[in-house]
Design a protein around this ligand. Structure first.
Ligand SMILES: [Mg+2]
Length: 360
């Protein structure tokens, strides 16, 4: 069966978030990681901006080495709480495109788009709108690789960074892979690369022309795995994340909004989407969260936990609406509004008689 898989990878994620939130860091070498302590620091670079990469800095490099290369860089400690929150918001955007999502790390994920796109032209358009949506809501760039398999999609997303978009059609997989160095393959670390190199194998083309049995004799299971990958064979499915901890929808207005009526209408629509997804998964929720982002990017979240779970759109909306009326500063314009539910449980408990007691 023909598959369409997206690999979405945020560009220089931690560093980009810091540059976004501190305009003074824009266009400057930003290095997120351990404290360099004037070149004496221990620990490594977690992420660095593209400006920092021009100095030869890369992630996982010792922070002392980075400091040698660029003593005037902006060195920051990571703010994982913030990155996790941004990651969660990006995940919410993914969910508008597909529910079949396999996160690989805080800033990258596979999306199975088999049901969302019919052909390659549509795939490109959908990927573009996903990139656009992430940028519009987060002011962060991402790179997407589109391919019939996970490993080709992952290679593709990396090729045109930053802000890249690379489509590899099913009949182009082999010509795409052949010229690449073997280090691009999953499972080829420096040691394996050195061994393959001694055998005269430097490119994927050379690897796939090598005798399969010979590879298996030399490398065991890894040999067979590499032979398959070099021939473009990778049928691993996109494996969905475990049960979600929360389900939410949010929207960024094209122009910041002051009008309460518009906010409430939007909230009602978002509550409906949340309820639909809850029902699809046969879940109900005890906690309703409201998120507001003002035009200056300050963000507040407020939540209410109920005694009894709920799942209907009108119940979710009525709780969210009360949070909005209670906590919103009506003098400030809103850039983004969102509603999510958490403390999820199986909706089967709803079959039992219950009395909903709001705000208890
Ligand atoms: Mg990344």
């Amino acid at each position: 069966m023909h598959r369409t898989i997206f690999h979405v990878d945020m560009d220089a994620f931690y560093a980009s978030v810091e540059q976004r939130d501190h305009p003074a860091y824009g266009g400057k070498p930003v290095i997120v990681g351990a404290d360099p302590k004037g070149g004496q620091g221990r620990g490594v670079v977690a992420a660095c901006s593209y400006e920092a990469r021009k100095f030869g800095i890369h992630s996982a490099m010792p922070i002392s080495k980075a400091f040698q290369l660029c003593p005037k860089g902006i060195y920051l400690r990571p703010n994982f709480k913030k990155y996790t929150e941004v990651s969660r918001e990006i995940r919410t955007i993914f969910h508008c495109f597909t529910d079949l999502i396999e996160p690989l790390s805080i800033d990258e994920a596979f999306l199975d788009m088999c049901h969302a796109v019919q052909d390659e032209k549509t795939a490109l358009q959908v990927a573009q709108s996903l990139k656009h949506r992430i940028f519009q809501e987060q002011q962060l760039t991402s790179s997407i690789g589109i391919a019939p398999s996970k490993f080709v999609a992952k290679i593709a997303s990396d090729l045109k960074k930053p802000n890249g978009l690379v489509l590899v059609c099913s009949d182009e997989v082999q010509s795409f892979l052949d010229p690449l160095p073997i280090s691009r393959l999953w499972g080829v670390g420096p040691k394996t690369a050195a061994r393959l190199s001694e055998m005269g194998i430097k490119t994927i083309l050379q690897l796939r022309h090598f005798d399969k049995l010979d590879l298996v004799q030399r490398f065991g299971k890894l040999g067979e795995h590499l032979w398959k990958l070099s021939n473009g064979i990778d049928n691993r499915p996109v494996v969905e994340d475990r049960e979600p901890k929360s389900i939410g929808h949010e929207t960024t207005f094209s122009e910041d909004v002051l009008d309460n009526h518009v906010l409430e209408q939007t909230l009602e629509r978002l509550s409906k989407s949340v309820s639909e997804r809850l029902r699809k998964r046969e879940l109900s929720a005890k906690t309703v969260n409201l998120k507001l982002r003002y035009s200056d990017f300050t963000t507040i979240t407020r939540q209410t936990t109920l005694r009894e779970p709920l799942e209907s759109a009108s119940d979710i909306y009525s709780v969210a609406q009360r949070l909005l009326r209670r906590f919103r500063d009506p003098s400030r314009k809103i850039r983004l509004i969102g509603v999510s539910v958490s403390s999820l449980e199986s909706a089967l408990s709803l079959a039992f008689p219950r009395q909903m007691k709001l705000f208890e």
